[in-house]
Design a protein. Sequence first.
Length: 524
Amino acid sequence: MKILVLSLLRLGDIIQQAPLLKGLREKNPDAEIHLLLNRQFANVEKILDGVVDEYIYFEREALQKSLGDASCNILWSYQQVEKFVESLNSEGFDQVINLTHNKLSAYLMGTLNVPDKRGLYQQEGRFQGLSNRWLRYFNDRFSGTQKSLFHYVELLGKAFDIPIEMQNLTPARKSKLVLLQCLTSDQKKNWGLDRFQQLKRTIEISLVDYEVMVLGAAFERDTLLEVFPEKDLLICDLPEARKHLQNAALLISGDTSIKHMAAQLGTPIVEIAIGSSDPAKTAAYSSRAVVIQTQVACAPCAHSQACPQPSHLCAEDVSVEQVFGAVWDQLSGEKMAQRNLQLSLEKAVWTLYLDKANAQVEPFYASAVAQFLNHHPLESLKAALPAWNERTADYRRWLEKANEVLPTREELAIKRSFQTSDIADLILCAQEILKSKKDEVGYFQVFVEALLSRFNQPVQIYDRVAAALQDVEELLSIRESFTRHLQTISMEGAYYAKGIGQLSIGGFEEIGKGLQPNPQNAEL
């Protein structure tokens, strides 16, 4: 079997995809795997040894430059792409997987003569390939600033049925080396060299056994020298950075490719998520990573958007003391704080929903409950359930209200023109949901978007809103059923734990006697 994987994003995204590529190799041990990426990231070859059989490079930068060069034939770029597609088709790939999901990769995948296409592609004038709920969720939540419950790697693993495992190595580290990765590819995501300098001093004063060094690429040297002396710098390429990370006790970084490499090596991480960084989607995929996230209202912003604020508010919102607190916890070996249980509950519900091929399939509740309880103790669950049930009641109330005020299809079909007043109650319902700020994970997101859309005919509004509310009903039913299973387990666990713990030896003897048949039982 011959598989082509499209990865036409940035360096950090390619490194982040390593668990997916390893999972693909594990699933297809005898397959020939080819990876297509942009030429400027060719150095990634050195850190993906043993996973990819062959690398194919797309000359994106050269093609873009030629299009802006007046002296270059305008058709040259088209001819080069045409030749490139011909060369790909001559390879005879059996399967192609698009990990990128942008227009370029979709158009390119649409030109390939491959029998098994997985992921977004363009064909016959429209985008296709969103063949399951996980792919549709990924496409909806990663195309803009919408919130995602799942990490980028988790989603693509589920979408393409690739086995992945979060890195949870705890290697023995004799080194007392702390590494700082101060610069990112986007100024908005930079915490600031002065703050990193203060953090370095704080660590050296408070944790005298540790040495703090600053990682950087060759092109970052001059910028780093503005604040740090030469002796504190480790200027290196990717393979050299990998060696430093293997020996490090901790990496402190912004949203960079280096953090993804550290995650795969099991190196503990303190990540500073500001600017366009969205840790729910693209944080370091590791159980040994702690993320410090800004709380300013404008974050996370769009990648392509310049910061509109008078100062770098999100960077200012994260203090040196706050970062050092996370550093102390990581280096002291103390147990990391328990993951947010409410978030884990939400992820369990949405996983049950997204795993379904269609609405008629019954979810596997028993497996989901067992998996959840493997990570969260019963006592924590019982403490979290009241707030969880209260939120469920809010969702159910909003859904019932929306269904109640939705005009019938027949009422809208006879209207020649449409006015906002025709769905005023629906709009008020959507406003209540938005103002409450309780729907953080997007149960009603498609419903709200439907009311903001433009339609040629009034009846189209009904179709879109009704379909969205049906999806909410399915999600809520799963949420309520999953909760009932958890409540049953928690009550049984409490009963047996309490009952057996207080039962005397004689109690067992009495139970044994009680099980013997007797005339009274027979009469009954």
